[in-house]
Ligand binder design. Structure first.
Ligand SMILES: [Zn+2]
Length: 434
């Protein structure tokens, strides 16, 4: 029997509750008992023993689910570790992260999965779900034991950071994963076309005298992959889509009812390759920032529901690996703490509704990964973000919670500020503290 005096009750009062999973967008109260959502509705009765949280003027939404994060632990703790990465997540309103397997050692066997989960349990502030490697050591040749890895807690499989280039290996990966209903996430880039390129191929690259990576490097591999999905019936997710052609290919595959999805990062939909002018290495990532036509197609893809997920590709790098000549700088940017406000620009610009925008960061990735999160349904864990949609602030790299400061949004004026983040009803972040 539960001792009622030990139960913790929390009433979040009078906020704008936006829960895309249930089509809810209204001023309402939310009752949380022992970390679980007990009721959502207007003017709920105040239980006798209860903490009250005033959410007047705030949006109360499901905690964000970011399905593309590099936590760097084990092996590169000087860039990020599970403690610092999940602290950054909490500060960004993110309550669940899927972490990529390109750690050292790679997440390709049970012991590494166990290690990540154990470290997350001990040091993590938010929920951590490992993504297992598709191939051993990310070498692109031998498949991992996906069934065992999935049972141990892996929510998807990817060689992210690298593409699976060998068509036969990709075919077998899709077939094998299908036996367990597992999801294959591809970093699509044909290496022979990417060559030694370090930014988008185009006018800006010519002006800067930098070698470019054509959009075709992405779309050719996506085209190949989609043929393999049709052949195998596998589940396929394209990470960080960046080109118009790839969006079109995904749209076509979805219209044929293939099990295909894609995500876009806030930097790809909000910036173009012009951000590289001045050789700013914090604008260097893989795939590279593209031109205006591609960016417009990403926005259109979001508006039309072809791109259903926003994910950060949070990729922390210490200063030394960024403060070098552009072509030699490491690829990637941090993103956990800027995902929400930069994505809210989509709402202000009329690209999508607040509900659709939040769905792309909550219920859509959660469902794809088979997680019972990203909703405010009664009976669900109380993973919640409270944010002020009107508060403006300026992104300051030095104030990020992440160990690494490589943001491409430093100095950007944004609107929408996380006030509080809860995981299972427990506060893991509060604005102005820590
Ligand atoms: Zn990637």
């Amino acid at each position: 029997m539960n001792n009622p005096s030990e139960s913790i009750t929390l009433l979040i009062r009078g906020g704008r509750v936006v829960d895309p999973a249930h089509g809810r967008d209204e001023i309402a109260d939310l009752l949380v008992v022992d970390g679980v959502i007990q009721a959502v509705g207007r003017r709920l009765d105040l239980p006798s023993e209860c903490r009250m949280m005033d959410a007047d003027g705030l949006v109360v939404a499901p905690g964000l689910v970011d399905m593309h994060v590099h936590l760097r632990e084990p092996g590169q703790e000087y860039k990020e570790d599970i403690a610092s990465g999940t602290r950054a997540a909490a500060a960004g309103g993110v309550t669940s992260v899927a972490c990529m397997p390109n750690t050292q050692p790679v997440i390709d066997d049970l012991s590494v999965v166990g290690y990540v989960l154990e470290r997350a349990r001990r040091t993590g502030r938010v929920r951590v779900f490992p993504v297992g490697a598709i191939t051993r050591g990310l070498q692109g040749q031998m498949l991992t034991e996906m069934g065992l890895l999935q049972r141990a807690g892996c929510v998807a499989f990817s060689d992210d950071g690298r593409p699976v280039t060998d068509s036969g290996v990709m075919r077998r990966a899709l077939e094998y994963a299908r036996m367990f209903g597992a999801l294959i996430i591809q970093h699509a880039e044909e290496p022979s076309l990417a060559g030694n390129g370090c930014m988008n191929e185009g006018l800006v690259a010519s002006r800067l005298g930098l070698p470019g990576i054509p959009g075709a490097a992405e779309s050719i591999m996506v085209d190949r992959d989609l043929r393999l999905v049709a052949l195998t019936g596998g589940r396929y997710h394209l990470a960080h889509v960046s080109t118009r052609e790839a969006v079109q290919a995904i749209a076509q595959a979805r219209s044929r009812s293939l099990s295909v999805s894609c995500e876009v990062t806030p930097h790809h939909f909000s910036l173009t390759d012009e951000a590289v002018l001045g050789y700013d290495t914090d604008a260097k990532m893989s795939p590279p920032l593209r031109g205006g036509v591609d960016r417009a197609a990403l926005l259109e893809g979001l508006a039309q529901g072809i791109i259903t997920i926003i994910a950060t590709d949070h990729a922390p790098h210490e200063e030394e690996s960024k403060r070098v000549e552009f072509c030699h700088a490491a690829n990637g940017v941090v993103g956990l703490e800027t995902m929400l406000p930069v994505s809210l620009e989509l709402v202000r610009d009329g690209v999508m509704s607040l509900t659709a925008c939040l769905a792309a960061m909550t219920v859509h990735p959660a469902r794809l990964l088979g997680l019972p999160h990203g909703t405010l349904g009664v009976g669900q864990a109380a993973d919640i973000v409270l944010f002020d949609p009107e508060e403006s602030w300026t992104v300051d790299a030095r104030r990020l919670h992440s160990k690494s400061k490589n943001t491409c949004f430093h100095g950007r004026r944004v609107k929408g500020r996380v006030k509080q983040t809860l995981v299972a009803g427990k506060e893991v972040y509060r604005d102005g503290q820590d």
